[in-house]
Design a protein around this ligand. Sequence first.
Ligand SMILES: [Zn+2]
Length: 246
Amino acid sequence: MISILLTLSLTSGHQDRQTIPDLGLPRHVETRPKGFAAGYKPVALTFDDGPLPSTTPLILDALREHGAKATFFVLGSNAVRHPDLLRRIVDEGHDIGLHSWTHAAKMPMAQAQKEMDDLQRLIEKETGVKSWLFRSPYGMRSSALAQVAKADGYTNVFWTASAADTATTNPEVVYRNVCFTPNPGEIILMHDVKPHTATAIPQILDELSRKGFTPIQISQMLREGKLGVQRAASKASNREPSEAKY
Ligand SMILES: [Zn+2]
């Protein structure tokens, strides 16, 4: 009896499982892409945990004014309440990726599968885009969510630099963290739900532009650059859940 119930539950859970076709995309990104043309300095600004109407539109406004592109790893719990922002992200040429529905560090595999599938369906319904990009909450690499993402063919995008905007409320600190020493190919972790990040973005975009950087979507950076071997023991991948919210 138990085995019958288990089979039924697995079957129903997989009925509309969302998977990514194998297009030869990298499955795991945790170092800077390299090999860009001389003088070309792309940078990938990535914003997690939104969208929220109090902050995300401010960031989108600043990106538009600067002609800059970025990547938004959205939470289902926010996206379902603000589908207009999902559409705006895609309409204005930014990448959209999945960051789970609840942002829980631990959950059963069946829930992880449902969170990924529900969010993928929501994004596709609202924007017409099926996203192949995933960022693991807390940068965890072996969580149930990360395992589902791997099995279903997503590209798990970590980061190579952090604005550390979960550790401050000061826009000036966010600005300095991003602009101090960016390198071409940098993948920068930020949170569009943080008011101080929204405040800092115009100044960050000014400074990146002054330094000759071009903010682009992660998909474009992966097309234009070359990934080296993704080492297992990089800083980003070793992050574990803590008081900080990624
Ligand atoms: Zn997060």
